[in-house]
Each structure stands twice: as C-alpha cells, then as structure tokens.
Write a protein of this length. Structure first.
Length: 146
C-alpha cells in the first residue's frame, strides 16, 4: 500500500514546535526546547513523503540565530531549506509566498498555535491546525477541529 501523501506542511516554531528561551537582550536564542511529540511527528510526515517547511517570525532575532537553534535542537534537517521562510505573519502575504514555493496540486497546511495567523493562512488557501499531532491526524484522514 502506498502511504505517500502529496502535501506540504509549514510549521511555526515558538509555541508550536518548541519553547523558545531568549538570551540576554532578546537578540539570541538561549534554548529551543522541542516539544516531546515533535520529532516523531516530523519523522512520520517525512516517511509519508510530506515536504516540511517553516513560516515563523523571528522578530529582532537574526535568522542565522534561528537556524542555529534549530540545528542545535536536532530538527533542522527535517525541513526543506527552500521552504524555511521568516517574516511577519500579520497578513496572508507570507503564506502566499510560501504557497508559490510549493509544488502545485498538493495539500498546503500551516501548523501554528496563533488563531490570527491561522486565519491569515486560511485566506491564502491553506488548511490549518494548531499542533503538530493534529497535522498528522488531518493527513491520516481524521478531520478534527484545529
């Protein structure tokens, strides 16, 4: 049986994939503590052929610092580097940008804990979920509320 799914899932980082502890002054990341279920969910999605990306707003933190924190946390290799997009999520614009970087014809999903950000994603044509485990449920055909 073929378990491949034509899908692309973008994740927010803070509050969705991990808890972020900022360093002194707020311009660095002292710790990125990945939630316990995240490595398994990312692995299961990748095993099914799902492409994974990030849409996250680093604020004043340099993106190189966010990339370092993802590497140090051991999850950076789960994501397609071309699908790691940093910027404000105050409108559908960043989600539209993410959509243009994906292959047409597949499911687009944004996973983030913020209701307003999920609303912007919906306006850009994404399905949305509030947690990584709910993303896996959606792709497994269980359409629980986000």
């Amino acid at each position: 049986m073929d378990h491949q799914v034509r899908a692309l899932v973008f994740f927010d980082i803070g509050g969705t994939l991990a808890t972020v502890t900022l360093g002194p002054g707020g311009a660095s990341i002292a710790a990125l503590d990945v939630f316990p279920e995240v490595p398994e969910v990312l692995g299961r999605l990748r095993d099914r052929g799902v492409r994974l990306g990030i849409i996250s707003d680093p604020g004043p933190i340099p993106t190189s610092e966010v990339d370092r924190a993802l590497r140090d946390a051991g999850i950076a290799t789960s994501f397609d580097p071309d699908l790691v997009i940093y910027g404000a999520k105050r409108s559908p614009a960043i989600f539209r940008l993410a959509s243009t970087r994906s292959r047409p014809g597949g499911t687009l999903l944004f996973v983030g804990e913020n209701d307003e950000e999920r609303s912007h994603a919906v306006h850009a044509g994404f399905l949305v979920r509030s947690s990584p485990s709910l993303a896996l449920d959606l792709l497994n055909g269980r359409h629980a509320d986000s």
